[in-house]
Design a protein around this ligand. Structure first.
Ligand code: IPM
Ligand code: MG
Length: 356
């Protein structure tokens, strides 16, 4: 089995190195190949997603991705910005289903900015559609405004759109995920204002007929944002579009105390996937041995479970992470008094040790 490793920018290389260390310690014979992506690839090849990197990702059975982005590329034209690499990978590999679990480890209840009773025991799953919506909709651009009160001025515009197939396939993923959990699915939309999401809602209701054992409800995205902060434990599985999912998944991540703990999987129709921490490249932390590698290590566990058919090895990693937390070992982002503060590499070593 071949794993493509794309470390990327900022803290990407150091956190991915810890996950590779953990994979090595499993004693499996994975073939591992590394390629540059994002700003790192732009420096080397003049493009954030060079063909060689894209081809490696296509050939591999799974992709482990660090993070991309650095403020120093903010003035590049959009097509050369590091973020285009992850968007291009998602689109080219057809990774339409993004699974973002938000789990609060009991040991970290005090690390959340919310009251422990609001978040303790939290275990929700956000399923974000990842290859459609206003992120990819055409037309888009900057043009001369053709109509309305601002005719003749310059305007920026994007297009929100979802085809029926796109909504149906993500709805199926969501209902099936709910069946494996507590059988409750909340579809988040803005059907009160947007045509796209009125349509979304109708399709989700139609797909629901195939999953009578799952309870479905619908929530407007503004209310969902509020409920996530007010009573997050009421959710089981949330399914939503690309844009709303981007925003809600950051909010959900923070409920757990640190976005540094949360893995994610982006899957195609055959469970080939790209696995990445939910957090970004944090250029301010890069190279300081400060970043939390656990989200990336847990992403490697998701990779073993969903794409490489190694559920037992995935369990081993997740158990090792829990053990490390139970031992009171913490990186700076989740550190509290009475716990031991470790750097990125020492945290990776601690997980490797707990594996054995
Ligand atoms: C995410 C990120 C990306 C997104 C950026 C880096 C393009 O915020 O994975 O949530 O907007 O999808
Ligand atoms: Mg985001």
């Amino acid at each position: 089995m071949k794993i493509a490793i794309l470390p990327g920018d900022g803290i990407g290389p150091e956190i991915v190195a810890q996950a590779v260390k953990v994979l090595d310690a499993l004693g499996e014979s994975f073939e591992i190949e590394t390629a540059p992506v994002g700003g790192a690839a732009y420096e080397l090849h003049g493009h954030p997603l060079p063909d060689s990197t894209l081809n490696l990702a296509k050939q591999a059975d799974a992709v482990l991705f660090g993070a991309v982005g650095d403020w120093k590329y903010d003035s590049l034209e959009r097509s050369l910005r590091p973020e285009q690499a992850i968007l291009g990978l998602r689109k080219n590999l057809n990774l339409f289903a993004n699974l973002r679990p938000a789990i609060l480890y009991p040991e970290l209840a005090g690390a959340s900015t919310l009251k422990p009773e609001v978040v303790s025991g939290l275990d929700l799953l956000i399923i974000r559609e990842l290859t459609g919506d206003i992120y990819f909709g055409q037309p888009r651009g900057v043009r001369t405004c053709p109509d309305g009160p601002f005719t003749g001025e310059r305007e920026g515009f994007d297009t929100m759109r979802y085809a029926e197939t796109e909504v149906r396939r993500i709805a199926h993923v969501a209902f099936q995920a709910a069946q494996k959990r507590n059988r409750r699915l909340t579809s988040v939309d803005k059907a009160n204002v947007l045509e796209t999401f009125q349509f979304w809602k109708e399709i989700v209701i139609d797909v629901h007929r195939e999953y009578p054992d799952v309870t479905l409800d619908h929530m407007y995205v503004d209310n969902a944002a509020m409920q996530l902060i007010r009573a997050p434990k009421k959710f089981d599985v949330i399914v939503t579009g690309n844009m709303f999912g981007d925003i809600l998944s950051d909010a959900a991540a923070m409920l757990t105390g640190s976005i540094g703990m949360l893995p994610s999987a982006s899957l195609d129709a055959n469970n080939k996937g790209l696995y990445e921490p939910s957090h970004g490249s944090a250029p301010d932390l890069a190279g300081k041995d400060l970043a939390n590698p656990l989200a990336t290590i847990l992403s490697a566990a998701m990779m073993l479970r969903f794409s490489l058919n190694k559920a037992e090895q995935a369990d081993r990693i997740e158990t090792a992470v829990k053990q490390v937390l139970a031992q009171g070992l913490r990186t700076a982002d989740i550190h509290e008094s009475g716990t031991v503060k470790l750097g990125t590499q020492a945290m990776g070593d601690a997980v490797v040790k707990a594996l054995k």
